[in-house]
Ligand binder design. Structure first.
Ligand code: NAD
Ligand code: APR
Length: 248
């Protein structure tokens, strides 16, 4: 560890350009299961290749849509938590120098105000409340789950797929390029609530390190990134952000 909490606080206060990566862990306190938690994680109950892959969708589109529609309903009834709110506050402090890349598809960052407080938000893995026309690539908002008939049809009457990046698929190029540039230029990178095992998202913080920026991780457990972080706080997202932003 290169840094203690006081130094990390000072680095965050002084930084003009801050890049943040979040994963399922920041939404855990909103009651949304993570992926790799041994007991409650999605992948503890389903094999990801059976649900979150192009092959699964080709084999059984109804099953895949039923699973995603269920997760869509769950996230609509969830609320952003203090971690989401503190990131929106950090964006208000940093303005255009703030960039948030999330792997989450639950839409909670946007509902907390991220992306419309002067900075930028990109959803690297899509969003549960959208469907995508496979012919044109166009993305459409889904109706409320109570009005949702599956599969949703494009204006051309074609069945659409969930607008989610599945295992083995490429991320939206523009979002990934913007994220890589933001992390390369950041003085401070925060990596919050992700196991940092899935690429290319897991590689973003290394862009910051390579250019001498500070990397701070917030996670109750150690991850592959922890040894490379200047400070890795064994805290939840909300508690860790309260400590970093001196809101404790
Ligand atoms: P993978 O390694 O199997 O497939 C993606 C591979 O392609 C990776 O090696 C990655 O580096 C590369 N890649 C992806 N986008 C790229 C791009 N735009 N440009 C260049 N290379 C690119 O990874 P994976 O674990 O199978 O998952 C693929 C993506 O789908 C990951 O980002 C993952 O997090 C996401 N995913 C989302 C869900 C969900 O429910 N939201 C579920 C599973 C996977
Ligand atoms: N606060 C912060 N972190 C937490 C909390 C919390 N309250 N609770 C759990 N965590 C941490 C766990 O320790 C774990 O490291 O959140 C992380 C969740 O990791 P994963 O379940 O692997 O989720 P994520 O890293 O987002 O997965 C990446 O893989 O399946 C694909 O596309 C899917 O976006 C997902 C990607």
């Amino acid at each position: 560890q290169g840094m203690d909490l006081a130094q990390a606080r000072a680095a965050l206060r002084a930084a003009r350009r801050v890049a943040v990566l979040t994963g399922a862990g920041i939404s855990a306190e909103s009651g949304i299961p993570t992926f790799r938690d041994a007991q409650t994680g999605h992948w503890a109950r389903f094999r990801p290749e059976d649900l979150a892959s192009p092959g699964a969708y080709r084999r059984d589109p109804e099953l895949v849509w039923a699973w995603y529609a269920g997760r869509y309903r769950d996230v609509l009834s969830a609320q952003p938590n203090r971690g989401h709110d503190l990131l929106a506050e950090l964006e208000r402090q940093k303005g255009a120098g703030f960039f948030l890349a999330t792997q989450n598809v639950d839409g909670l960052h946007a509902r907390a105000g991220s992306g419309s407080a002067g900075g930028k938000l990109v959803e690297l893995h899509g969003n549960l409340s959208q469907a995508r026309d496979e012919q044109t690539g166009e993305v459409f908002p889904l109706p409320h789950p109570d009005e949702l008939t599956l599969p949703p049809l494009s204006p051309g009457g074609q069945p659409m797929r969930p607008n989610i990046v599945w295992f083995g698929e490429f991320l939206p190029e523009a979002a990934l390029d913007a994220a890589q540039r933001a992390f390369a230029g950041a003085e401070v990178a925060l990596v919050i609530g992700t196991s940092s095992v899935v690429y290319p998202a897991a590689g973003l913080a290394h862009e910051t390190r390579r250019r001498g920026g500070v990397v701070i991780e917030l996670n109750p457990e150690a991850t592959d990134l922890s040894a490379h972080a200047d400070l890795s706080l064994r805290e939840t997202a909300s508690r860790g952000l309260e400590l970093l932003m001196e809101r404790a």
